[in-house]
Design a binder for this molecule. Structure first.
Ligand code: NDP
Ligand code: OXD
Length: 307
């Protein structure tokens, strides 16, 4: 009944310490020190090594360390009988909302221009952009928390999702027409979708053509949602006028990539939201205990739906 952390390239020392503190009896292993692999029942994973899962004959469930599961779904080494879960906790959602409010307010209030003015010792009163309307692509755990944060600033927020299900008083649209309506009304359009075959590449020229002039696109979903070439073309016609990108088709972003130096693109290295080791450890432990008790893992993913 072992629990394996498999997060190559990420320092898991703090996470392992939290797990050991919360559950001293847990048989915890940290990749690559897997011990007897047949004893492993649960893996907490982020970019796990190829073929790992096929070497774990007793595996019952894998949980993503974060909210996204696109790196787990459709892995050829993951038996269909193995359940997939994810950890989309309140700290992660609040962190993401804080990032999205921060970059929106910076754009709205032209805070980056004031920073430049200060560096040049220039006293120059600038009017903010008009009060923005916010469009959220995805109204799930992250989208609902984000909507609440923007509503606290009295900003109009509208959403787009797959099912059309209402989300806590949010005006929600769905389908291709709904997507274009949301884009047309969004001074700030935020992608909070999971990466699935249906959502791959959907931030494209057709969508950008709907967006208002001088608008802001924020992508915190996945890099593969974005057609990079279409974005570069769209920025030339100021529709959107700027983009803030936290996720990329290839991570880390290659040194030669044009996004590094584009004047209207701001990048962050896939860190819009980072949960605490303590939140991750508590949730992962709950998920593990559920699985050992024969229940689904926390945040169980519907493999057919892809999220
Ligand atoms: P959820 O599963 O809770 O919500 C997903 C939302 O996307 C739902 O509203 C769903 O619609 C909608 N959706 C899914 N497929 C479609 C589709 N084909 N068309 C329209 N809407 C669709 O996910 P979370 O909110 O927890 O997370 C979303 C994503 O955010 C993650 O998968 C991850 O990629 C990203 N993320 C990035 C972070 C970062 O640091 N950059 C941090 C955390 C998350 P419906 O409501 O109808 O089911
Ligand atoms: C993600 C996360 O899914 O950071 O990107 O949780």
């Amino acid at each position: 009944m072992s629990f394996l952390i498999a997060t190559p390239g990420r320092d898991s020392t703090e996470l392992a310490a939290s797990l050991r503190r919360l559950a001293p009896e847990l048989d915890l292993r940290v990749w690559p020190d897997c011990g007897d692999r047949s004893e492993i029942r649960f893996v907490l994973a982020w970019n796990p090594p190829e073929q790992l899962f096929s070497e774990l004959p007793g595996l019952r469930a894998v949980s993503s360390l974060g909210a996204g599961v696109d790196g787990l779904i459709n892995r050829p080494d993951l038996d269909p009988a193995v359940q997939i879960g994810r950890l989309a906790g309140p700290r992660l959602a609040a962190d993401l909302a804080a990032y999205l409010v921060a970059v929106t307010v910076e754009h709205w209030k032209r805070l980056d221009n004031f920073r430049d003015d200060q560096r040049a010792a220039r006293w120059h009163t600038r009017l903010p952009r008009p009060t923005p309307s916010i469009g959220l692509l995805g109204t799930g755990v992250m989208g609902r928390k984000t909507a609440g944060a923007f509503r606290a600033l009295d900003l109009e927020v509208i959403g787009w999702n797959r099912s059309g299900a209402a989300a806590e008083g949010l005006e929600v649209h769905c389908g291709p027409d709904g997507l274009h309506q949301v884009a047309a009304r969004s001074d700030v359009l935020i992608n909070l979708l999971p990466l699935t075959p249906d959502t791959r590449g959907m931030l494209d020229a057709a969508l950008f053509q709907q967006m208002p002039q001088d608008s802001l696109l924020i992508n915190v979903g996945r890099g593969a949602h974005l057609n990079e070439r279409d974005l570069l073309t769209a920025l030339d016609s100021n529709q959107p006028g700027q983009a803030v990108l936290d996720v990329f088709e290839i991570e880390p972003l290659p040194q030669s990539h044009p996004f590094w130096t584009h004047p209207n693109i701001r990048t962050t290295p896939h860190c819009a939201a980072l949960s605490t080791a303590d939140e991750v450890a508590r949730m992962a432990l709950e998920s593990y205990r559920r699985v050992i008790a024969g229940e689904p893992p926390l945040g169980e993913v519907d493999r057919e739906r892809g999220y």
